[in-house]
Design a protein around this ligand. Structure first.
Ligand code: ADP
Length: 497
């Protein structure tokens, strides 16, 4: 059974929480209302710190600062190479403070410290360098004209970007959002998720240490219906980037439409198929399917959460997937060798437990897990269901927890139809040794990413985003620059052609 290690006595994290205020115009300040809210340790539900609670008034203050920083400069007008150097120095500081950032991240979100320290913080450092590299390589075109005109395009920053991020990858989402926005010369008001306000404040302080002018990046802790909605409906915000649930994505798109039609990009939910063909390397597929679902406590928008297995390898796969889940090491995120920590909070914990009960009630076979782990905190046993049918709730809804659902398929046409019969279209995994099968599936699947014989590869240059109700627009890579630029055509008559 699952190894539950030291989850009754949480290990004390080796870091102080120094930043709990709002960051507006380069200063840490209290909320206008003076209010605070507690951010909780998912290992115990205990309070880590009380954090300033931003609401509409603070969003107004932050947007004014961002507006001024954009309209009066120097940020959008300074030589792009200067912006690049500031981002590059920021990356150096992220590298230097890798372990403190990872500690705050693990403490506030419950993810294994080693995962944060060895994968996520290095990834954001890499991503900031990637966008530092773009800052001075953004330019328009000279365009041919039918008349005697000199025609050029200017690629200009959009202005003030509002950014709203979730709690599952607080630092990574922070970096995906601010990296391209700042490289293109925008100013930013970013609202963190109420569950995980700490790491972004620390990182934002480092960015100011690196030389960012005041007002260019403002960070507001607070709740969705207050601070988040105020940002999404603000008349002086030119662009909104949102990552979170599909329902909230629909809400913020509506707020944008009803206010000033700010440009919106959305990165939303998913129910990503993970397809194991009859010729797949089963052991490799088992390990990757396990990783695709259980990584980050199952709290990934692109989790491979519908595991479709060809009938010829189905029994072998289920046996091995179950054995792998039973070996998964769950425990205190600050203990070495831990693969899985607690879920983020009681709300998510209860929701996942409801889905597990629904799986049992609907007749799926519970192979392993299904219960909480320990008596406190939000730990859940790695859970595997087999004999799952497409019409069961656990095969349709985004569970966002450590619950693998395994379905059987007969042929490619069948699995393509079933894989595509979802309102979501974020990602997919395809496991086969046959190039023709891989080509058929990668083209037929209506999703924004297909990982073939791998999963969750997230290089800075690889675009990420959803088809259908999984989102609009792409983040990372060259594609995300488009979100933060607008094109101005400039037409000048040629006097003496
Ligand atoms: P989850 O269910 O995973 O918490 P949400 O979509 O509710 O996902 O949250 C993602 C982000 O959206 C968080 O920063 C949250 O505060 C924010 N948010 C939630 N509701 C709203 C809203 N009505 N308007 C703007 N932002 C919101």
């Amino acid at each position: 059974s699952t190894a539950a290690l030291s989850i009754e006595e949480p290990i004390a994290p080796a870091v102080e929480v120094n930043h709990t205020q709002l960051l507006i115009n380069g200063q840490f300040v209290n909320a206008a209302s003076g209010k605070t809210f507690p951010t909780l340790d998912p290992r115990s539900g205990d309070v880590i710190a009380h954090v300033a609670e931003g609401d509409a008034e603070d969003i107004n203050r932050a947007v004014s600062a961002a507006r001024k920083a954009f309209d009066e400069g120097p940020w959008p007008k300074m030589p792009a190479y200067e912006r690049s150097k500031i981002l590059w120095r920021f990356a150096d500081l992220l590298e230097k403070h890798n372990d403190e950032l990872a500690t705050l991240e693990a403490w506030d979100s419950g993810k294994p410290y080693e995962q944060a320290a060895q994968i996520e913080v290095p990834m954001i450092t890499r991503l900031i360098r990637y966008y530092a590299g773009w800052a001075d390589k953004i330019h328009g075109l000279t365009v041919p004209s039918d008349g005697q005109y000199h025609v050029q395009t200017l690629h200009e920053p959009v202005g003030v970007a509002g950014q709203i991020i979730p709690w599952n990858f607080p630092l990574l989402m922070f970096a995906w959002k601010i990296g391209p926005a700042l490289a293109c010369g925008n100013s930013v008001v970013l609202k963190t998720a109420e569950q995980t306000p700490l790491s972004a404040l620390y990182a934002a302080r480092l960015l100011h240490e690196a030389g960012l002018p005041p007002g260019v990046l403002n960070v507001i802790s607070g709740f969705g219906p207050t601070a988040g909605a105020a940002l999404a409906s603000h008349m002086e915000v030119d662009k909104l980037a949102f990552t979170g649930s599909t329902a909230t994505g629909q809400a913020v798109l509506g707020l944008s439409a009803k206010s000033n039609l700010k440009r919106v990009t959305l990165e939303l939910g998913g129910k990503s198929p993970f397809i194991i063909c009859e010729d797949a390397d089963v052991d490799h597929a088992v390990e990757q399917a396990h990783f695709a679902l259980f990584f980050n406590q199952g709290q990934c928008c692109c989790a491979g959460s519908r595991t479709y297995v060809h009938e010829r390898v189905y029994d072998e796969f289920v046996e091995k997937a179950k054995a792998r889940a039973m070996k998964r090491v769950v425990g205190d995120p600050f203990k070495g060798g831990i693969e899985q920590g607690p879920q983020i909070d009681s709300e998510q914990f209860e929701k996942i437990m409801r889905y597990i009960r629904s799986g049992v009630d609907s007749g799926a076979t519970l192979e392993t897990g299904g219960d909480r782990l320990g008596k406190k905190g939000f730990y859940i046993q790695p859970t595997v269901f087999s004999d799952v049918k497409d019409d069961m709730l656990i095969a349709q809804d985004e569970i966002f927890g450590p619950v693998q659902t395994i379905l059987k398929f007969k042929d490619l046409g069948d699995v393509v139809k079933r894989a595509n019969s979802s309102h979501y279209g974020l990602a997919a995994g395809v496991f086969t040794q046959n190039i023709d099968t891989a080509n058929t599936l990668t083209r037929a699947l209506r999703v924004g990413t297909v990982w073939v014989n791998c999963y969750d590869i997230f290089d800075a240059a690889i675009p990420f985003g959803g088809y259908k109700m999984s989102g609009q627009g792409r983040e990372k890579g060259i594609y995300s620059l488009q979100n933060y630029l607008q094109v101005k055509a400039v037409v000048t008559p040629l006097k003496n052609p």
